[in-house]
Design a protein around this ligand. Structure first.
Ligand code: KIV
Length: 256
């Protein structure tokens, strides 16, 4: 699973054969340059989901429920209606063990993905962006939350920044797939942020992310080459421009 936020990214992800795309509220950081995900709205996720759906018509698309859009079952249902019916998502993801909200969504026929461990929307209540579930009480709670989410009807659970052995135990304890991010190799699947995989976001690279490309370097070099070509008169060349019939030009020249 990979995040995507626009048409081009979704096309690339689908062509590369990812199993699912997440339109994550991480778009706050990597697309909008915001310090956290809380300002993201349903309208923003819907806007990006529409573009992703156009770029990846054949891939399972999960749209994030942004901060407070899942505060009550009614609010979550309204948001899900927009994201599934209008924007074209196949499912929604929500952070935390909000079992009542999950139950209401599932009862209404909305596929729901859970998200436990480091939940960025409430990171300030979790002591910041740090590994979760490290002591016995916290580990027990995570396991219990995963079981509760499964019982409420989620079809999968993202485990973010959870110690690998705990993620393995949660994976063994629940009957739905777990998708890890910073949770080791023992989950059923993995998810990463598009910009982290391609090396496009340089403000901060989480330790758990693997860069498969130095994208920012390559993009900068290409843009520099373009600017230098323009300044040096090397671009555009004749092959980049269109002509006009000589008689039209001659007539125009007579007028000016
Ligand atoms: O918003 C997001 O991209 C996410 C992933 C990091 C799981 O929730």
């Amino acid at each position: 699973m990979l995040t995507a936020y626009d048409y081009v990214g979704a096309r690339l992800a689908e062509a590369a054969g990812v199993d699912a795309i997440l339109v994550g509220d991480s778009l706050a950081n990597v697309v909008l340059g915001l310090p956290d995900t809380r300002p993201v709205t349903v309208a923003m996720i819907a806007h990006h989901t529409r573009a992703v759906r156009r770029g990846a018509p054949a891939t399972f698309v999960v749209a994030d429920l942004p901060y407070l859009a899942d505060a009550t079952p009614d609010r979550a249902l309204e948001a899900a209606e927009v994201l599934l019916k209008e924007a074209g998502a196949d499912a929604v993801k929500l952070e935390g063990a909000k079992v009542e909200v999950v139950r209401a969504l599932v009862a209404a026929g909305v596929p729901v993905m859970g998200h436990l461990g480091l939940t960025p929307q409430t990171a300030s209540q979790l002591g910041g962006y740090r590994v979760q579930g490290k002591d016995l009480e916290a580990a027990r709670r995570l396991l219990a939350d995963a079981r509760a989410l499964e019982a409420a009807g989620v079809f999968a659970i993202v485990l973010e920044m959870v110690p690998a052995p705990l993620a393995e135990r949660i994976t063994a304890a629940v009957g739905v797939p777990t998708i890890g991010i910073g949770a080791g190799a023992g989950t059923d699947g993995q998810v990463l942020v598009f910009h982290d995989v391609l090396g496009l976001f340089e403000d901060f690279t989480p330790r758990f992310a693997k860069r498969y490309l130095e994208g920012a370097e390559l993009f900068r070099a290409a843009i520099r080459a373009y600017a230098e070509d323009v300044r040096a008169g090397r671009f555009p060349g004749p092959e980049h421009a269109s002509g006009i019939a000589p008689e039209v030009l001659a007539a125009l020249d007579r007028e000016v």
